[in-house]
Design a protein around this ligand. Structure first.
Ligand code: 3SL
Length: 238
């Protein structure tokens, strides 16, 4: 299994035969995993607030979630704090966040598109082992820049893969693996630029939650449905 990781959400190339794992550990992909674990049926990642409101008109009962600058968008039902996403059985969520939902949309050319995070690292690793495809990790970054938490987040998943299978790591993937090997998630997330920004905005509990390794047994998988990306929990192979 060949494993590579991008530094930030640059253009994805030659992913048609690969599994692509998009990470926005703080907080969008953690929120997606949490929402699905709380029973949400479908999540539609959308890029703009305008698209979110117009999609809501087409899907009755859908909840709008997301943030700009970390703060809930006026008129939305939920922000982007995973702690808000509870008791969602059968609900549809339309999610728009600054970086994460845009990155997910950039990865639609993947053979299999997965939303990864630290809270579901083991579930994602087990799923990747069963898929047995080469893997590209795609960090969402922070405002198009490198982000420590996504790079290390991929490393926790790579460590789990490497325990079970012979993996061929690119140079970047090796750095991500080593970073995760020597640093616990709480330290990485608290130290990161975005972690500090969230703590200063009053979201310290979110940062703590997003660092909980292997908390959730859920794999969010994306597919195109009528030209639109939808994320659901995969029960395939599980
Ligand atoms: O950028 C994003 O997609 C967000 O997850 C950022 S925040 O953690 O909600 O501020």
């Amino acid at each position: 299994m060949k494993i590579d990781i991008l530094f930030y959400p640059e253009k994805l190339k030659n992913a048609e035969d690969k599994a692509v794992v998009v990470l926005d550990v703080l907080r969008a992909t953690t929120t997606i995993a949490t929402a699905l674990a709380a029973g949400a049926e479908k999540i539609y990642p959308v890029s703009s607030i305008k698209d979110a409101f117009s999609l809501k008109k087409k899907i009755s009962g859908a909840l709008l979630g997301g943030e700009r600058g970390g703060i809930k968008v006026p008129g939305f039902d939920l922000g982007n704090s995973p702690l808000e996403y509870q008791g969602l059985k059968g609900r549809t969520i339309i999610l728009s966040s600054t970086n994460g939902t845009k990155t997910l949309k950039k990865a639609v050319s993947a053979k299999t598109l997965i939303a990864g995070s630290i809270v579901n690292a083991k579930a994602v690793a087990d799923y990747l082992l069963k898929l047995n495809l080469d893997v590209v990790f795609m960090p969402s970054g922070t405002d198009s820049q490198f982000s420590l938490e996504d790079f290390a987040g991929a490393g926790y998943i790579i460590s789990l893969l490497a325990e079970e299978k012979k993996v061929e790591l690119s140079d970047q993937a090796y750095v991500s693996f080593e970073l995760a090997r020597i640093n616990p998630p709480e330290e990485i997330l608290t130290r990161s630029f975005h972690g500090q920004r969230l703590i200063n905005l009053g979201f310290a509990r979110d940062v703590e939650y997003c660092a909980k390794l292997n908390l959730l047994d859920v794999v969010p998988v994306g597919r195109l449905q009528e030209g639109r990306l939808v994320i659901e929990s995969s029960r395939l192979f599980r």
